[in-house]
Design a binder for this molecule. Sequence first.
Ligand code: SIN
Ligand code: NI
Length: 274
Amino acid sequence: MRAVALPILDATHDLDPAAIESVRERGHCVVRGLATAEECASYLPEIQDGVDRWHPEPSPLADRDTYGKAFLQAMALRSVHKQTRGFVDSPRFAGVAAELLGVEGVRLYHDQALFKEAGGGRTPWHQDQNYWPLDTDDIVTMWMPLVDLDPAVGSMTFLDASHLDGDVGAGEISDSSDAAIERSIAVGNRSTTTHGALAAGDATFHKGWTIHSAGPNPTDATRPVMTIIWFADGARITEPNSPQQEFDLATWLDNGTPGTVAAGRRNPRLWPPS
Ligand code: SIN
Ligand code: NI
């Protein structure tokens, strides 16, 4: 156990109005300098500990499917390894999420680290929200690298304005979602955007239906990224429509009853801070 004082991430961030407009119109944005390099460096060992608990002995990349090759996924670190809580529960991050969504308050859906290992594969095109039994589109994910990203790895690529398409029916993240979305991009002649190689503490935000993918990691260093998902306070639980939604209902929403307001043990209101 490290005896370090972890930084408190409560100072508010002065958000550029262009970021709010970008989320509204394109379904994604970049926010530079949301955390400092020092803040990221302080939390990286704790987040790494959480990833190691989830994946004590990762299998060789060659033995995994496309999704498995994309990253080591470590969920709910704030519960698994409490030293990460100062990062996940940050009012600074939650305040930006609320501002980007244009809502009064947000609750945590869950956090997850996505560490793309050296030699890791491409993240297939997909939508996140088809996993989530919630009745609102006001859901946003922050994706923040904890080190400066190598340009050869870069950040995510978004299909512009795809948050307005709703569920495009591509299903869960896989080769099949990738191929279906790739085809629809070609047919619709749609534009995509990447915000490029971010510095530690820069972050992208994307809405639940925004279609996204990420490139492979051809370098010999892991890409350590932390993500946090929030939904608008007051959102209600919906009847799960797939095994994945059943999993999410049980895991992130405390097995709450469809029709009730989502406010389970794992969903603290993080903005406004109590
Ligand atoms: C990635 O980190 O490669 C993908 C993240 C996401 O799907 O949200
Ligand atoms: Ni995703």
